[in-house]
Design a binder for this molecule. Sequence first.
Ligand code: 5GP
Ligand code: ZN
Length: 144
Amino acid sequence: METAIITRPDCIFCSIASGSAPCAELYADDEILAFLDIAPVNRGHALVIPRAHYANIFEMPPELGTKLIRVQQQVGQAVMDATKANGLNIYMNNFSAAGQVVFHAHWHLIPRFTDDNLRLWPQHAYANLDEMLQLAADIRQQLG
Ligand code: 5GP
Ligand code: ZN
């Protein structure tokens, strides 16, 4: 028996996935869709989404991960070839504090060029090694 895909009428990516809103499609199958981001960081910036509505990675069934990675590899390589990029960033925002604006899980595929002068996040040092080791212990405890 086929399971119905969960969609949200107020979600722009659900509308794109169902075909009721347009997109510059790159790849589509029963479960996954890839299309160009409407406001690219670099030309060729693509989005890969599950067709079903999951607000973020924490809501997604992990079993979808294998297919999503395969599509990211295929579409990512095609984007790099078509744009003659030298590299590719793949990332995801989860929750508004992390910059998520569309609350339908999606991965950004951003082609990169040696001299594109894009700097990602600034990085910082821990105050000392103890602080870093304590935080690692706290996270391991949360993992259970
Ligand atoms: P977020 O910040 O949620 O990770 O990223 C959402 C992305 O979706 C943004 O990069 C934005 O440009 C893109 N986006 C938002 N609305 C649309 C749309 O209607 N069509 C397309 N193709 N991209 C969209
Ligand atoms: Zn949705």
